[in-house]
Design a binder for this molecule. Structure first.
Ligand code: ATP
Ligand code: MG
Length: 281
């Protein structure tokens, strides 16, 4: 029985590549035959239109209001293992409607809990704000994936984002992890891109994916055709980069799994009690 890893794609800065990353990672995970659900949690609905879904009659809004299950909202895509829960303008009002509501930060988690066993991965594309919608995503997630555009002020706002994840971890979701930081729209001929990369890697070391997403016009064209890059131009540099990023993400997770296994084996070995006790202390 799969138990979905829920990854929120977050950065309150606008236009840094959240949707492009969520849409294309979801496609690559689906192509790798991982049962994947992409949840569009942005009233702009960009992740939905990237899959050709425009003005859906039923939206993520209905799940937040407790009026529909994600199972009923999920739309099939051209990738067999990938479904999308769309968003649209209804979601604009959700923020206001939820303000006084019970469990307003846990609405999405409740909805996700009902389908967790049906997916390997659930990706949430967040709006460019640290609003109640983003709080819902952080509360529901196992981890946060932060796309960062290699531009001036790339690190601006990051401290606030990390403070917010700390607060959510303390108050609502103790297990919340940093999945990783992905550098987007990278132009290696550009000095600035290189400087930003050095700075970000200096701060976050191995939390920054080795794979960089290059600036690639095919990535920006694909959504207007209602397709992820894999189905639009699989040979483009953008497609290759997102495939590599997916590989890295999956490898990172299986590494964690393997080191857990090693820890279990060590624990079972007699005579190691002391070390293990110390480690756990
Ligand atoms: N690697 C890339 N190469 C070229 N264009 C890109 C790339 N990544 C994203 N874009 C384009 O940049 C714009 C912003 O990207 P995207 O919509 O993914 O960002 P976002 O963080 O989701 O934005 P918002 O904050 O508005 O939700 C889009 O027009 C997108 O097509
Ligand atoms: Mg977006």
């Amino acid at each position: 029985m799969p138990n979905a890893r829920v990854i929120a794609v977050v950065n309150q800065k606008g236009g840094v590549g959240k949707t492009t990353s969520a849409v294309n990672l979801a496609a690559c995970l689906g192509a790798a035959e991982k049962a994947t659900l992409l949840i569009d949690l942005d009233p702009q609905g960009n992740a939905s239109s990237a899959y050709g879904i425009v003005d859906p009659s039923r939206q993520i809004y209905d799940a937040l209001m407790g009026e529909a299950s994600l199972e009923n909202l999920a739309v099939r895509t051209d990738i067999e293992y990938l479904r999308v829960v769309p968003s649209g303008t209804d979601l604009v009002g959700a923020e206001v409607e939820l303000v006084g509501a019970d469990g307003r930060e846990t609405r999405l988690r409740t909805a996700i809990d009902a389908v967790r066993d049906q997916y390997d991965f659930i990706l949430i594309d967040c709006p460019p704000s640290l609003s109640l919608l983003t709080l819902n995503a952080l509360t529901a997630a196992n981890s946060v994936l932060i796309p960062m555009q290699c531009e001036y002020y790339a690190l601006e706002g990051l401290a606030r984002l990390l403070e917010t994840t700390d607060l959510v971890r303390e108050a609502l979701n103790p297990g919340l992890e940093l999945e990783g930081i992905v550098l987007t729209m990278v132009d290696m001929r550009n000095n600035l891109s290189r400087q930003v990369e050095t700075e970000v890697r200096g701060h976050f070391a191995e939390k920054v994916y080795r794979t960089r997403i290059p600036r690639n016009v095919r990535l920006s064209e694909a959504p207007s055709h209602g397709k992820p890059i894999l189905l639009y131009d699989i040979h483009s540099r953008g497609a290759v980069a997102y495939l590599k990023l997916t590989e890295e993400l999956l490898a990172g997770l299986s590494e964690e799994f393997n080191s857990d296994q090693v820890a279990d084996i060590e624990r079972e070995e007699p005579g190691h009690g002391q070390t293990i006790g110390e480690r756990e202390a």
